[in-house]
Design a protein around this ligand. Sequence first.
Ligand code: DGJ
Length: 653
Amino acid sequence: MSIVFDENKRVFKLDTEKSSYAFHITDSRNLLHLYYGGYIPETDITHMLRIPNDEPFVPAVHDAMGPHSFDCAPIEFPTSGVADFREPAMQVMDINGMSACECYYKDYRISNGKPKLKGLPATYAADDEAQTLEVFCYDPHSGLDITLMYSVFPKFDVITRSVKVENNGLAAIDLRRIISMSLDLDRMDYDMITLHGTWARERHVQRFPVRFGKQSIDSNRGATSHAHNNFFALCDHTATEDFGEAYGFALVYSGSFLGMVEVGQYEKTRALLGINPYDFSWHLEPGEDFQAPEVIMTYSGEGLGQMSRNFHDVMRNNLIRGKWKDMRRPILINNWEATYFNFDTDKLLDIAREAKKAGIEMLVMDDGWFGHRNDDRSSLGDWFVNEDKIKGGLKHLVDEVNKIGLKFGIWFEPEMISPDSKLYAEHQDWCIHIPGRHRTTVRSQLVLDFSRKEVRDYIYEQMKAILSSANIEYVKWDMNRNFSDIYSPYLPAAKQGETAHRYVLGLYHIMDELTTRFPEILFEGCSSGGNRFDLGILSYFPQIWASDNTDALCRTGIQNSYSYGYPLSVFTAHVSSCPNHQTLRITPLETRFQVASFGVLGYECNLKDLSGSDLNAIREQIAFYKKWRDVFQFGSFYRGAENEASDSETLTE
Ligand code: DGJ
């Protein structure tokens, strides 16, 4: 049993092979956190509650709480307005303008396996792989029921958390904030590790000691963002790859998020991760509920390397799904950097012939095959083959590529619409926009309102038609802008705070529909590289293009940083031409290959431009990669010890 409830001590204890997590029901029915760390056998641990009770200035909510004053107690799920002055996980607004709410224990259920989360991707488990604890709580004033859900994956030292709120009161209420996970730790001597970046410089490890006050990472861009990944870690100041305690947290979500660490006045640390409360609200009529996304947590007593491997294992085994989950990923050649928009059937077939000779297994036709798109200023939304370029049509091209002996893949950017498109001429109201205001474009494009069923259905039908028209075995799903002017004219004013999250739910819906309809296709996520590199996308697509920067030296840092939270099988890396298109750096072919093979290998250059000796070298490299592909793509990854000094930006006190 990985979950036990000690009825005498009223302690819930969740055990993995090497970690334990515990919390306690007080006499006042509050849930107080007891412990998260290395495995401990006993449940009689209420003495671990170390709550200052002689502080003159801390409010107690009621007498039964005894000395457990809210502002210094380790609260399992902190709510707003009831005398815990730290960052809350939940806040509401009721029809009387009241924002306070509480979270009292009512009941619990333990089950084998793991239930699905309504409308959201999450980890999954067979009955013998995980156990789930649901703790049913309530707010007596509003009639809200709050379910805290914990699933324990003993083998991987992983616990997942999420929360659901149900309005069982008599009046409507707005959720103003609902953060999936809050964890109160008893110390403050931690380092925080985050993965920041920007376009073409995704994922730099930043490590710094946490301080009194709040330190946060977030996105309010509608997507996870290049700027911060929705992963962070807390570890001992002395933790290395192999030694020390480390906690890792990752959100299974693809929209705006908040990750925060707050050190309060009593030198305790609170960690929170969930949907960004900025501009968020969710209206709940009586009888309605809201499901918050899942957080994956892991504890390692053996340093940061083991923390990463715990994430890698649970993602590969219990998050990524479908036919491609454990299958060797094909070595592809993508025409983007070889041709950009300037290609046609003949050029693509030339690339395919050279690629076949080198041992490459798939040709991917990138952006520019549809509508009248010859640059990035038009045609998104018009998913009709441009037969001026693709002479003879798509099926002819795919058949010819197959005859050469390669699989065929294709690029889409399904969530976008160009103002210069047939679709926009017909449906100017289908994009996210604020009526009467200027529509902000990025890369000359607007975002389709995927919260609307008819918009999603239209795009689904267009994609289905293309994907059914030829033997297409791979799709690169791109997304090249963040969200601005977030407003959906089809929602009432009181629900506008729901737009961004409704978009993400709509996105998951169409991803689910397409991957279900085309289970054989290998889907790859992309968002100008790693702008939406997260576990939400990886629940549907088993791999993501890590960065538009293909420079080998830059990629060593980018890929190494991704590895803190993500296994090598999920990030794709291409050998590109020299000098590099992003940095103009000249790097030996051997280096480019060695770096790209630490990921899912591909090529992105015109092989026809290369010398005979380079082509020979590529042939040998590919043969080598094929021999070791299982290890590169699915092996256990140990970062080198030098990594600590070379790749991270370490800020000290
Ligand atoms: C951004 C992607 O990251 C690139 O690889 C390429 O597909 C372009 N979009 C195409 O517009």
